[in-house]
Design a binder for this molecule. Structure first.
Ligand SMILES: *[C@@H]1O[C@H](CO)[C@@H](O)[C@H](O)[C@H]1NC(C)=O
Ligand SMILES: *[C@@H]1O[C@H](CO)[C@@H](O)[C@H](O)[C@H]1NC(C)=O
Ligand SMILES: *[C@@H]1O[C@H](CO)[C@@H](O)[C@H](O)[C@H]1NC(C)=O
Ligand SMILES: *[C@@H]1O[C@H](CO)[C@@H](O)[C@H](O)[C@H]1NC(C)=O
Ligand SMILES: *[C@@H]1O[C@H](CO)[C@@H](O)[C@H](O)[C@H]1NC(C)=O
Length: 286
């Protein structure tokens, strides 16, 4: 009888050991690397891994991580899991050294189903360059009340101080239009929800971000790139429960439903539900 009781007490531990070690292997099957960037939840490079809001988003080509959304492809420079942010680079984006015109830049626009999962950071400034007087940007803002402003202290007034503007000729457009639109208009993403150069009738754009509390002096010290915040909102409870029971978070073939991968089986909740079942079955046999 005592032996039997000891077995009952020990059985969860005995059952746990193989389960946990098996599941640890499974968690490594979703995590991956591209160059020196770690790809982990909610992202993944594999279909069925990660959170469904980030499916078909990242691709690794020759150790270069690419981010693909409706406005185009960007290179991922960094994924900051602690601050839940990605840093993107668009080769056709203007910087302090180079103004790229001709409307070749991607801008930034995501599919509406993906919009709840990521958005450019509030302290990321988009500076639209060479926009037409007919641009939707300037409609509904009579006189000098333009939507253009500084974002986190970064503005076009400072951007004009960049060497790139010496080549393009600052004031060229201003003088052409007289009291017309400024040749650069700074905005936060929140103000217009999509940076679409053709829709906004702009020739180019730049994007810069500040890494608070880092204070930078001039536009030559700004970080040029698009800082995107990501968030899976309340849905993350599912994944936390899954990982806490040794599972790996993924999604079903419908691309919507989250699943918890528990070794050789998939669960719609977490790996404990399966474990309890096997424990009960085992005790019944005893
Ligand atoms: C689990 O990982 C160990 C080493 O970490 C490895 O030897 C073993 O083959 C893996 N098992 C499976 C099923 O991948
Ligand atoms: C990756 O390597 C590049 C240089 O090859 C470096 O500039 C960058 O900071 C590294 N990124 C990370 C996340 O370590
Ligand atoms: C579990 O789900 C993943 C991702 O959808 C899938 O690749 C895998 O085949 C599934 N495994 C089982 C046993 O159904
Ligand atoms: C940008 O705007 C153009 C013209 O309005 C439209 O055809 C195109 O689909 C838009 N692009 C994106 C990524 O929304
Ligand atoms: C940025 O704008 C805010 C208000 O929108 C203003 O208080 C601040 O002085 C501006 N900073 C610069 C550097 O223009």
């Amino acid at each position: 009888m005592i032996n039997f009781l000891i077995l009952i007490i020990l059985s969860p531990i005995l059952l746990c050991v193989p389960l946990i070690s098996g599941d640890n292997n499974q968690s490594n099957s979703c995590r991956s690397y591209c160059g020196n960037i770690t790809i982990d939840y909610p992202f993944s490079l594999k279909n069925g891994c990660g959170h469904p809001g980030y499916r078909d988003l990242l691709f690794c080509m020759n150790d270069v991580l690419m981010y693909h959304i409706s406005s185009g492809s960007y290179r991922v420079l960094d994924i900051d899991y602690a601050y839940q942010a990605l840093t993107l680079h668009d080769p056709h984006m203007s910087t302090c050294d180079d103004i790229v015109l001709g409307g070749r830049g991607n801008g930034f626009a995501v599919e509406s189903w993906r919009a709840p999962y990521m958005t450019p950071a509030a302290d990321n400034v988009f500076m639209l360059i060479g926009c037409s007087a007919r641009s939707p940007l300037f409609q509904g803002f009579p006189g000098k009340h333009l939507p253009c402003r500084n974002v986190s202290g970064m503005s076009c007034e400072e951007y004009y101080g960049c060497p790139a503007w010496d080549m393009v000729g600052h004031k060229r457009m201003g003088s052409m239009f007289g009291s017309g639109p400024p040749e650069c208009c700074a905005l936060s993403f929140e103000a217009i929800k999509a940076i679409n150069l053709s829709k906004l009738e702009c020739e180019g754009y730049s994007s810069a971000y500040s890494l608070a509390p880092l204070r930078v002096e001039g536009p030559n010290e700004w970080f040029y790139g698009i800082r995107v915040k990501y968030s899976v909102h309340g849905n993350d409870e599912f994944c936390r429960a899954c990982e806490a029971t040794g599972g790996t978070c993924g999604y079903g073939s419908d691309g919507i439903r989250q699943i918890c991968m528990c070794g050789s089986t998939n669960s719609t909740s977490n790996c404990d539900s399966g474990f309890l079942m096997s424990l009960l079955a085992w005790m019944t046999i005893m």
